[in-house]
Design a binder for this molecule. Sequence first.
Ligand code: C5P
Length: 224
Amino acid sequence: MKKIVIAIDGYSGCGKSTTAKAVAKALNYTYIDSGAMYRATTLHFINSLTNITNPREITKSLDAMKIEFHKNEVTGFQETFLNGLNVEKTIRQMEVSERVSDVSKIKEVRTALVAQQHRLGKYKGVVMDGRDIGTVVFPDAELKIFMTADLTIRAERRQQELLEKGDLVELDKIIQNLAERDRIDSSREISPLKKADGAIEINTSYLDFEDQVNNILELAHRQI
Ligand code: C5P
């Protein structure tokens, strides 16, 4: 069977990763969370006290960073490792969420991560989610999805996710963070978040999760 690349882009917290994971599982594809790579880079910069206004420091810090994904044998899902340490949980915390969009604006960061994303998707059979996957990373992806959802609904879902991980965060704080990230991500100079040419838009505000996944699977099967 032909293997394809599925690119899922969209606003913060609209369910891209849960959807992408389910689609990847159904097709026996690899799921790649590009946002986790930007989050891990942000954590690396925080840990190494990198001055993100100094390009030389950024380059040096990037040279000392290794991001990998390893499958958790219990859950079956990929987890993010930074220089050998499992950071899957840490990178979802608010401290990282509040800084990640500023780190994602940096040219050197995007060049390094996009190169790694190209390597990861080289043999196809991947579902990758992010902000620039259909526009920049894999503009020739066979299937491109652009996901949206109402801000409050997205924030409520994110709050629930954080709560399940033991983090109680006020709804207002999450709304503010999602809106601010969307603003920075959509207005940045390099690879701004926008709907890719040929992308199919799905508003998930009132969609049943299963329908949403089946919808994408049906579109994927037309290409395979
Ligand atoms: O997908 P997630 O919300 O975890 O992404 C965190 C942040 O990483 C986004 O708000 C955005 O700033 C950045 N990002 C990006 N390009 C991608 C994926 C994520 O700039 N392809």
